[in-house]
Design a protein around this ligand. Sequence first.
Ligand code: ZN
Ligand code: MN
Length: 142
Amino acid sequence: MKEVLKRAGYRVTRQRLVIFEALRGTTSHPTAEEIYNMVKSRLPNISLGTVYRTLELFERLGVLQRLTFEGSPSRFDGNPKPHYHAICLGCGRVLDADEPVPEDIGRRFSEETGFEIVGYKLEFYGYCKECASKRRENENKG
Ligand code: ZN
Ligand code: MN
């Protein structure tokens, strides 16, 4: 991270490093507010605005990815490599879905139509293990 910041001409600050570490150390895909709560014990003077600006900087530098889901605030993923996500409709948590990501997805369509693809979205919706078993319990009761 230090190298990435330096190469891009940004100062290496404790705030930036702590925020980056927090993000790399979790697979929970936190929101900016959750990240703020994660780091504020180590950075007592930090503001939510600084966390937002730092996350925007990291996004520009390509060291994280922003996940946007309809009707909820952006979440941040310390893993910038392409991978899929599964969203639980019960508790709202976002899990990594370890499925192979095809490199040539959309290529045939693009070649046939001249449509220049810059991105695509694939998300799994459903219930995490805990929520699925709660739902089964409720069904059995009802
Ligand atoms: Zn759940
Ligand atoms: Mn992820």
